[in-house]
Structure formats: structure tokens, C-alpha cells
Design a protein around this ligand. Structure first.
Ligand code: FAD
Length: 420
């Protein structure tokens, strides 16, 4: 089968993929194709039927579906080709992609590929929840698709698990549909979402239990109840007709896992250098595939930044990296993106992005060849963004080793307003 040749193929039409596509066209790249497995483009915001999306991008506030439509319209008017209903099934060496659609299989050869396949929530099986297997146990993504795309109510009185931003937005989605959550539970001692947003469940009349662990789901056919161990050790039974498993995001990296590209076990996404370039330099990556989890706005801006670097690379302005350094980080740091640094002397992404695995207060320090080059006292919480400005590190092309260390102590005191 003869391949179709393109300049850049982008996998995924979410905010990162579409903003990258528009930016590449602005940079003069000729043939830019976005491949999307769904028949409608736009990514996750398409089924987030609530504001606020798009303020920094377009100077006004959109609902998720309107924001997705705006991103698609911008891409179309920039001359981006959208190939919908096509799933990429294989990433080959040097940018050779296998795609399938209802029309059959095709091969696409791109000079560069941008991976922008986003994140998904951890499903029930991977959360090791015991009990029966009744209908009514779903993720927020499925809830939003039921409500906003198909106009269906999957339950009336769910128990919500998790306190991330997406968990709070699920309360909004439930309220709009007339669904009344019986409670929200969180295994940690504080909410994952920032105060004062973490007050939102109680403001909506949804009881919030910290330090509570979902043990069992009961029901023959449909969900009838859920057993929970509360913070004081007591067992509680919540009568409910559904369980909503929220957040606990993982990069949608199935393609990367099956390919020749290096995967970072810490972030769950592909290993990139400071240009967004993967271990095969024909591949770049952007958006939430890189790490769980950021907002649509962040993913949009990251898509555009990495597209600028990709366009530079196509013009030959980024030297080939003969060797790259692994950026080493230790617990309590959980991940660092980018994972590698190419000592080329040409500037790349603005920040190192980090996360901690537990609430920590202390001193965050970057060492170049064992010498501290940047340091800042910080109090950090899991799932919250930590940024180190790369320009402030003043890294030169002769550097041999880069380490990031966070020396401090765990702090588990609930923040003001988070206490039960
Ligand atoms: C359930 C859920 C709710 C969320 N709610 C919010 C919210 O309210 N506000 C917010 O700011 N963020 C929210 N997020 C975070 C969300 O990830 C970002 O808003 C944003 O969508 C990330 O953009 P992206 O371009 O990286 O990926 P996505 O928007 O996820 O787009 C990835 C696209 O890649 C496509 N794709 C994946 N694999 C393939 C393949 N093999 N072949 C072809 N196409 C493929 C997918 O179909 C999808 O359209 C939510 C995420 C989830 C999962």
C-alpha cells in the first residue's frame, strides 16, 4: 500500500492537537493533518457542558462544547486537514503511521508526528474495588457523555469518589440533570482541588467525607449500595444507585506503550526533551498525554509552544542531539517533564514541570553537575503544578548531569476550609 505523505501528522483533536495545528500553519508548514478517532473533533471539552473554557485563548468564556467548536473552526480556517473517524493503531520508525477507519487501513508518512492523545480516568478494575459488578459504576467522562452527548441519566443518587476539579465539576453536571449525589468521599485527609473550590460539595449540600475508603459495591443488576470505611475506622453503608469514579488520571499512552518510543513510568507519558521531542526525533508530544493532569487552557498553550519548536526543528534550527541527559528526581518528587535535557544551547520549553507524591514542605533545588543552580522554599500538594523556569537555570552545553531534589518534611495538616 502506497503511503500518503504529509509534513506534520497530529494524533488527537483536543485543545493541544488543534492549537498545535493552527500554530504550525502560522509558521508556514504546508500540509498539517489532524487524525481523530471520533467522528466529531474537539477532544474532551466537547462533552464538558459547563464553563469556563477559552478565556486566555479567545478573551471570552465558553462552555466546553462551544470552546471545542471554536478550536475546530480556527483549525479549519487555518487550512488544517481533519481526518475524522480514523484511529491510529501503530507508530512506526521515522513517522510512519498505520490508521484504520470504516473504509479500511491506510499508511501515512509524516516528516514529524505530534502525539496529543490526552488523558483518561482510572477505571474500576485498576482501582481494585471489591464487591459485585452491577450497572451504574462509571467515570466522569462517561457521565458527561451520557448527559451532554446522549441526553441520558445513568443514575439518580450516586456516591462520588474523589475531590479533584473534575469531581467538583461532576457535582455541577449532576445538579443540572436533577441528579442528587448521596455523598462525596476522599481517601486523603484533604481535598485535591484547591480551597475555596474544595468547599463546593458542602455548598451544594453534598456531604463530604475525608479519609474515607470505598471497600465494596453492592447490587444485583444495578448498584444498590456501597460500603465505605470512614476516617474513624467505622464501616458505613451508603444507599445509592450509582458510583461515580472521578479523576485519578492516566495519560492515554497505549500507542506509545506498544511502540519503539520510550515511556516514562513516572508520568505515564512518553519521554521528551526540552523541545517536546520523543526518543525517536520524528515524534513530538504535547498536552495531557505528557502528564496527568492539566486544564484545557494549559494543554492549548502547550500545544502551540511545542508546535513552534517542531516548526523550528523542521527548518533545521534545532541541532540534532547526539546525547541527552536524564533529569533525575527523587521522592517525594513523582515526575518531571521534560524527562531529558539535550545540551544544544538552543532554548526550548519554558519550564520543568514537576509533581509530588505527598504533601511536602521544604526546599526545591536544581543541581547542575552537583552544583545548586536554582532553589526555592515551597509547600507542595499532590496533583498540583510545580514549575521551575528553565531560563533561570542558565544551563550550558557542557553540562553532564541534572538533578532536582526536594528536601523537606511531609505536611498532612488539612488546609483552612478543607476540614470535615
Ligand atoms: C472526564 C474528563 C473531564 C475533564 N474535565 C475538564 C474540565 O472541566 N476542564 C478542564 O480544563 N479540563 C478538563 N479535563 C482535562 C482535559 O484533559 C483537558 O481539558 C484537555 O482536553 C486536554 O487536551 P488534550 O488535547 O491534551 O487531549 P484531549 O482533549 O483528551 O484530546 C485527545 C484526543 O485524542 C484522540 N485520540 C486518542 N487516541 C487516538 C488514536 N489512537 N487515534 C486517533 N485519535 C486518538 C481522542 O479521541 C481525543 O479526541 C477533563 C478530562 C477528562 C478525562
Amino acid at each position: 500500500m502506497k503511503p500518503d505523505y504529509v509534513d506534520v501528522a497530529i494524533i488527537g483533536s483536543g485543545p493541544a492537537g488543534l492549537s498545535a495545528a493552527v500554530e504550525l500553519r502560522r509558521q508556514g508548514v504546508q500540509r498539517v493533518v489532524v487524525i481523530e478517532r471520533e467522528n466529531t473533533p474537539g477532544g474532551v471539552p466537547r462533552h464538558c457542558g459547563h464553563p469556563p473554557f477559552g478565556f486566555r485563548e479567545y478573551g471570552r468564556i465558553y462552555s466546553g462544547p462551544d470552546y471545542a467548536r471554536r478550536n475546530v473552526a480556527e483549525a479549519r480556517s487555518a487550512g488544517v486537514e481533519l481526518r475524522l473517524g480514523h484511529t491510529v493503531t501503530h507508530l512506526g520508525q521515522g513517522g510512519c503511521l498505520h490508521l484504520v477507519s470504516t473504509a479500511g487501513a491506510v499508511t501515512l508518512q509524516a516528516k514529524r508526528v505530534l502525539l496529543a492523545t490526552g488523558v483518561r480516568e482510572t477505571p474500576r478494575a485498576a482501582r481494585l474495588i471489591g464487591g459485585d459488578r452491577p450497572l451504574g459504576v462509571i467515570n466522569t467522562g462517561a457521565l458527561q457523555a451520557y448527559l451532554y452527548l446522549h441526553n441520558l441519566k445513568p443514575f439518580e443518587r450516586p456516591l462520588i469518589i474523589g475531590t479533584e476539579l473534575v469531581s467538583l465539576s461532576s457535582i455541577l453536571s449532576c445538579r443540572r440533570a436533577g441528579i442528587k449525589p448521596v455523598a462525596m468521599i476522599e481517601p486523603n485527609v484533604r481535598a485535591t482541588a484547591r480551597w475555596p473550590l474544595s468547599l463546593f460539595p458542602r455548598f451544594c449540600g453534598v456531604p463530604l467525607h475525608f479519609g474515607a475508603q470505598l471497600l465494596d459495591i453492592h447490587g444485583s443488576g444495578r448498584v444498590e449500595a456501597a460500603s465505605v470505611r470512614l476516617a474513624n475506622g467505622q464501616l458505613a453503608r451508603f444507599e445509592c444507585d450509582g458510583v461515580l469514579l472521578t479523576g485519578n488520571f492516566l495519560p492515554e499512552a497505549s500507542l506509545v506503550r506498544q511502540s519503539h518510543l520510550l515511556l516514562d513510568p513516572n508520568s505515564g507519558g512518553p519521554v521528551i526533551d526540552q523541545y517536546g521531542r520523543c526518543s525517536d526525533p520524528a515524534y513530538f508530544a504535547a498536552g495531557n498525554l505528557l502528564r496527568p493532569v492539566e486544564t484545557a487552557g494549559w494543554s492549548y498553550r502547550e500545544g502551540a509552544s511545542i508546535a513552534r519548536l517542531l516548526a523550528k526543528d523542521l527548518r533545521g534550527e534545532i541541532p540534532t542531539a547526539h546525547h541527552t541527559l536524564a533529569i533525575r528526581c527523587r521522592a517525594p518528587l513523582k515526575l518531571c517533564v521534560p524527562q531529558r535535557f539535550a545540551p544544544t544551547g538552543v532554548a526550548g520549553l519554558e519550564h520543568l514541570q514537576l509533581r509530588v507524591s505527598q504533601a511536602t514542605e521544604g526546599e526545591l533545588t536544581v543541581y547542575a553537575d552537583g552544583v545548586p543552580v536554582w532553589s526555592k522554599p515551597m509547600a507542595c500538594l499532590p496533583e498540583r503544578r510545580i514549575l521551575i523556569p528553565v531560563a533561570a537555570l542558565k544551563l550550558n552545553a557542557s553540562i553532564q548531569q541534572l538533578d532536582v531534589d526536594f528536601v523537606g518534611h511531609a505536611h498532612a495538616t488539612p488546609a483552612q476550609g478543607d476540614t470535615p
